[in-house]
Design a protein around this ligand. Structure first.
Ligand SMILES: [Zn+2]
Length: 265
């Protein structure tokens, strides 16, 4: 573009246009970035190790290395864990943030039969893909729909035996029942609730689908209730895709996301 100006006047004008363009480009990318990031968080498409909002769970509380969690959640958890310790319980975090790709790995290995579910190769026992998807969904989320993406949700146990701590029965007798009763009575003081408490039918009889009870899964409500609301508002942008069996999930994924206990709502 050639402007019919010359000398100092034209230089001044070009300079002003340049500054104005910079301003527009900058404002635009800032806005785009902000809008994008909440959807990225909700669908697990971000790297917590590159973002100072998230912290590593200290090893005294973790059953494995490299677990990330939202910084605010970690502070509340540590307070709760210290109170638990005074009452004779240790609390360990077995799983915290799982990003889209790690959830995809878990999901697809169950879908393809590489990882057994209740001792079964689901590809053989459920050759019909939709019934297989529903079987996996009893306890596992489709990638992009897991609350573990958010940095607010954790799987907890009272010892370091991860496999045992991922079963309801571990919290229903003896030491486990004592620990669970303490959590039920005290966790809310620190902001924690159980999204998958009781059966899906009991939680929300108006929803057709929902995860089974998970006595080990806890959520930091001050943050997760906000994310939950945004997820519902943005549901159409969060239709799960990009993994084996994803096409079967698009009609009912919101039932699974929404079927949480009223304590977490
Ligand atoms: Zn969980």
């Amino acid at each position: 573009m050639i402007l019919p100006l010359s000398g100092k006047k034209s230089l001044k004008l070009y300079f002003l246009i340049f500054i104005f363009t910079l301003f527009i480009v900058r404002t635009d990318t800032t806005l785009t970035k902000e809008k994008k990031s909440i959807l990225e968080i909700l669908s697990g498409k971000f790297n917590p190790s590159e973002d100072s909002t998230y912290d590593i769970v200290p090893l005294q509380y973790a059953t494995q290395t490299g677990l990330y969690i939202h910084g605010e959640v970690l502070m509340a958890f540590e307070e709760m864990a210290q109170a638990a310790q005074k009452n004779g319980f240790k609390i360990y975090i077995n799983s915290a943030i799982r990003d889209f790709n790690s959830q995809k790995y878990i999901w697809e290995s169950k879908f393809n039969g590489q990882r057994l579910v209740e001792g079964q190769d689901l590809k053989k026992t459920y050759p019909n893909e939709i019934t297989r998807v529903l079987k996996i969904l009893e306890y596992s989320s489709m990638p992009g729909t897991s609350r573990h993406h958010w940095g607010t949700d954790i799987d907890l146990g009272y010892n370091k035996n991860i496999n045992q701590m991922l079963t309801n029965s571990a919290f229903e007798s003896g030491e486990g029942l004592k620990f669970y009763s303490w959590m039920e009575k005290n966790a809310a003081k620190y902001g924690f609730c159980q999204p998958y408490k009781e059966s899906p039918e009991k939680r929300n009889s108006n929803l057709k689908y929902g995860y089974h009870e998970e006595k080990w899964h806890w959520s930091y409500k001050p943050l997760s209730a906000k994310y939950f609301k945004i997820y519902r508002d943005q549901a159409k942008k969060l239709v799960p895709k990009g993994f084996a069996g994803s096409s079967y999930g698009e009609n009912f994924y919101m039932d699974y996301v929404q079927n949480i206990h009223k304590d977490c709502n």
